[in-house]
Design a protein. Sequence first.
Length: 348
Amino acid sequence: MGAAGSGFGSGSGSGRRRAPSMADVAREANVSGQTVSRVSNGRDNVDAATRDRVLAAMSKLGYRPNSAARALRTGRFRSIGVIMFTLSSFGNMRTLDAITTAASAAGYSLTLIPVPHPTKGELSVAFDRLADAAVDGVILVLEAHLFDESEVELPDGLPAVIIDASGDERFPGVDTDQAHGARLAVQHLLDLGHETVWHVAGPDRSYSATRRRDAWAATLAEHGASAPPVLEGDWSTEAGYELGLELAANPAVTAVFAANDQMALGVLRAMHETGRAVPGDVSVVGFDDMSESSSFWPPLTTVHQYFGEVGRRSVEALLHEVEAGERRANSLVDVELVVRQSTAPPRR
């Protein structure tokens, strides 16, 4: 006959280990059960050394707080949902990274639902999935025109923040100051002496692209400069290259403002291949300030976006509504023009 089980919490017959309890963690950390509860619920009224001891005990024993029971006690799941239009863009990935960091620091987990085609049906499905995941609020990172057209209402009582939004007063919005960034780019090129600035725009359905295009045209008009025809791309390097070939074939082109750095990179390649020197013949400005932009050849003059600040503010605004029941006003994050070697005065 085999020996009786003698391990921690072994059950009769099944051989399974009993899941560690809050009381087990309290004994291991030599603290009260109330202190373990406070740490589990993300409360801040526990000193750092005690919190570290409790967390170490949880890790050692493999303790997992019961999120359902905690939600019943507190009325919150300590979870945020994120619905995102695309995961492929530089800006969205940087923003998502900042959202994840800020949520984790506040003691919240994250549920991400990509919605590649935010139609009414797909957004409704995404909201249903979030309801099943039991979240306290949602951050939407969507192309605003598509969101408006879908006519989707958020579930009643679910706090929401929209990033890259059109200023819909129903929901707090956080965004980069797109218009100011475009004005900085165009003003820089005009100040260098270029008579006008050509624009490689993002897709018309994109709110960000629309704001940048409108500010480009307005800045030219304010300076009495004619606005050349807009060349519309899809944010990709390939689109920038194809449109750059069109621009390179036109000797009147001396300055180009691309709506993002990826398309600007495509424009640079087209200019190099066709023998148009940058910045000797053509100056190029981008928008985003990707980490690689300083290593383009030549290093790219571009508009720096603070994606980390956008993500942090979105989480801050959402949790303020979740925890205090108050909606924050819309927030615009400023930008900065970073001047590098891809721009210069035109040749005379």
